[in-house]
Design a protein. Structure first.
Length: 95
């Protein structure tokens, strides 16, 4: 994804942030298996999430979430509801 002048590369997982005037902010990161995951956060709170494939014109997947749904999904992804066993193993070694 080409970076424009208004793009900012964030530190976590190489996320690229792009201001969308009048709309909100777009975040993009490269997926492990290839392609790009993009999330547009609208000023209204709505989130649009796309999984883009560099070989196709259309997204592989697209979903629209409310603010509450997006925050719940974010908590799930961050591990607030479930901690994988590997995290316990790492914490035991580091701990």
């Amino acid at each position: 994804m080409p970076r424009g002048k208004a793009d900012r590369r964030l530190l976590q997982a190489d996320v690229v942030e792009q201001d969308l005037p009048g709309i909100g902010v777009r975040y993009a990161l490269e997926a492990v298996e290839g392609g790009t995951v993009c999330v547009t956060v609208h000023h209204s709170g709505r989130r649009d999430m796309y999984v883009l494939d560099p070989k196709r014109d259309e997204p592989r997947a697209a979903v629209t979430l409310s603010d509450a749904q997006a925050r719940t999904l974010g908590a799930v992804l961050a591990g607030a509801y479930f901690k994988p066993a590997i995290v316990d193993d790492i914490e035991a070694v580091v701990g």
